[in-house]
Design a protein around this ligand. Structure first.
Ligand SMILES: Nc1nc2c(c(=O)[nH]1)N[C@H]1C(S)=C(S)[C@@H](COP(=O)(O)O)O[C@H]1N2
Ligand SMILES: [Mo]
Length: 464
């Protein structure tokens, strides 16, 4: 419903609030149920003290309905009605003077999506397309992140797909092309897996010199329990023809990108062997709820162990082929690019690097001295976590205790409880090592697009 700001002003002599009967009549008129009878939703109202001026913010189906509701105020003074937007709408449409965005039914309203992300507690980087990270102290707690706090990374507008009309097509070099409704998919054998997704750009803002791209802090990572169909079972059902070893995954989202004249769709590729080995899922549930539109409703790919760009959201097509995917986000982005010994080198972004994150204490937090708990998460795309070491104030590395279940593709909680009796700064560093023997570098190698930053996390707190 359209939003309005209403200003009502009267002369001091005509102040209706001075007359108790009149005042109460207006209060009743302004009550939520009375407004609702006029088709008006009042979001908030207040009077400027001493100025005989009332403001209120209201939603109404149209200006006519609002005007009818305002009649008692017109009788005692002047009324001004102004068309308004939420702050999220203004940011999403590109400024106070930009025309309101015309949202096709096929897209999620970016202002609402942005407002939900902010209300959920995400640190929003950009409203359009919507990108927001999980606040690191929020990581402390459960094994999974609540859906509203799970970071969001989008390259384009968010599709608003109709789950009833949705079909997943599996075609290309297959014996039996498939077209599956959500009901068909839900009737197939399902699995649930706890999987950590991390954006390859997580930690990008900590590279020095700065690199272009979304300036993620440390929170472009979250964990959820995903439920859906093991992808390999579906591919086998379709029956790849001989030589058809590659898969291209196409999302419903798209738009224009640098270097391409025509709009593109979000696409990524993997080999049949890679999805089998990773145990990829076609997920329709996240922590026991249907996927939300920003996380890929009604169906997304989840590729355990891989940087999350592989986990295509709003998945509408799987194309089985004998050729590697050549999409923009496969060949032009998501590559590590370095200059080493005067030579340009590049390597594709694949499995997540091993990494530990300190969730508590928070950067800048004041802690009482005495018994102190240092806690966080650690994960790796190459296997489960073997150990996490913590160093306090530059001291020796001490092994933290691993907490909870050890899972192959989900983060591992760890903690170190120790006595710290001196007040002053407390510098905490944490370093993870995975079962494959990989550990974290002091400083991850700088690369042109800022991917895979797994430098050792360091937090400074104060003991008081
Ligand atoms: N269709 C589509 N899938 C996508 C993306 C996208 O923009 N479009 N972004 C990818 C990237 S880079 C990341 S990090 C994850 C983010 O998933 P989330 O928003 O559910 O956290 O989705 C991946 N899948
Ligand atoms: Mo990402």
């Amino acid at each position: 419903m359209p939003l309005f700001i209403v200003r009502h002003q009267h002369s001091p002599e005509a102040c209706p609030a001075r007359d108790p009967t009149m005042g109460v009549m207006l209060l009743n008129h302004l009550s939520r149920p009375s407004a609702a009878r006029h088709g008006v939703v009042i979001k908030g109202e207040a009077v400027i003290r001493g100025a005989h001026t009332l403001f209120f913010i209201a939603e109404a189906a149209d200006e006519g309905a609002l005007e009818a509701f305002l009649t008692p105020f017109r009788q005692v003074g002047e009324v001004e009605v102004m068309a308004a937007s939420t702050c999220a709408e203004v940011v999403a449409s590109g400024g106070c003077d930009a025309p309101p965005t015309d949202i096709s039914a096929a897209l999620l309203d970016p202002a609402h999506a942005c407002q939900d992300a902010i209300d959920g507690g995400l640190l929003v980087h950009r409203a359009y397309p919507l990108n927001g990270e999980t606040s690191v102290p929020d990581l402390a707690g459960g094994a999974v992140m609540p859906n509203g706090r799970f970071y969001l990374r989008n390259h384009f507008d968010i599709p608003n797909l109709d789950g009833e009309r949705y079909r997943l097509s599996v075609g290309g070099l297959v014996e039996r092309p498939l077209s599956l409704s959500m009901r068909d998919l839900r009737n197939l054998h399902a699995e649930s897996l706890v999987v950590t997704l991390e954006c390859a750009g997580n930690g990008r803002s900590l590279f020095d010199p700065a690199v272009p791209g979304e300036a993620w802090g440390m929170g472009a990572v979250s964990t959820a329990e995903w439920t859906g169909v093991p992808l390999i079972e579906l591919i086998e059902r379709a029956g790849p023809r001989p030589g058809a070893t590659q898969l291209t995954f196409r999302g419903a989202d798209g738009g224009t990108v640098e270097g391409h004249d025509a709009p593109i769709r979000f696409e990524r590729g993997l080999t049949v062997d890679q999805i089998r080995e990773a145990g990829a899922l076609l997920a329709y549930e996240m922590n026991g709820e249907p996927l939300s539109p920003p996380h890929g409703f009604p169906l997304r790919l989840v590729v355990p162990g891989w940087y999350a760009v592989a986990s295509v959201k709003w998945l509408t097509e799987i194309i089985v082929t004998d050729r590697p995917c050549e999409a923009h986000y496969q060949v032009e982005k998501y590559w590590y690019e370095w200059t080493r010994n005067g030579h340009d080198e590049r390597a594709p972004v694949t499995l997540m690097n091993v990494r530990a994150l300190i969730a508590s204490p928070d950067q800048g937090e004041s802690l009482p001295r005495g018994e102190t708990a240092i806690r966080g998460v650690a994960w790796s795309g190459a296997g489960s976590i073997a150990s996490v070491d913590v160093s306090l104030n530059g001291g020796p590395w001490r092994e933290a205790r691993l907490v909870g279940e050890r899972r192959r593709s989900a983060w591992q909680w760890w903690e170190l409880i120790t006595r710290l009796d001196e007040t002053g700064p407390l510098i905490v560093r944490a370093r993870a090592t995975d079962m494959a023997g990989r550990t974290q570098p002091e400083h991850a190698e700088w690369n042109r697009l800022g991917y895979g930053n797994n430098s050792i996390h360091c937090v400074t707190a104060q003991l008081i």
